[in-house]
Design a protein around this ligand. Sequence first.
Ligand code: SF4
Ligand code: SF4
Length: 206
Amino acid sequence: MPSFIASEQSKSGSHAQPMRMSRQAVIEIGVNALNEVGSESICRVCIKYGGSCCNGCHHLVNGIGCTARNTSCTAWLCGNLKYLLYATGYLEEWNAFWRQVPGQSFREDHTPDIFAAEKPLHLPAIRQLGEALAADLQELATKHPAVGFIHTLRDKMDKNIDQLNHCKNDPKRRKRMEKNIKALTSPFHRFQSELQEYHLRLGESE
Ligand code: SF4
Ligand code: SF4
């Protein structure tokens, strides 16, 4: 892992001069950023109830996990993680970072070993928010006997957030999408309360 490249990102501000970025470094940056937002606890609940996005992938090896980490799978967000970044206001930060990474495909990539990138990725350490969302999902999965309830919810959040991003110039439709997302995520009580505290802390530090 060329660590100089990862540290290069931390030295440069947003939209700095183009920097040389390696495929391995962006994967590491993405995985670390997801860890910092608490993705692991969310995935644990999802996988426990059979919703892993790696299901059926031939790169998944029992007892080992993924044997072919790539830029595509690192960049990809399911509805749960997308909602976490949407609600905290970091979805565009994530998307803009990955838009500059070439060669993404499905469960594999053709990303060059080294390429030029301008934008670093800055996600905050909000692990407690990810953990709160995981706890809400766990409770929902236990409460709702319907198999795959939390996975259907995940997919609905995914669809609505995508649609919201696709109607930037249509305020009426945007409002509808925002309302849908609010209704879908209304059972996330722990998460909403953590989010409120997070915003309060942000306000105090500004
Ligand atoms: S679908 Fe989302 S929550 Fe589930 S394992 Fe994949 S990334 Fe994690
Ligand atoms: S390649 Fe992607 S889908 Fe396949 S096991 Fe790895 S992370 Fe999962």
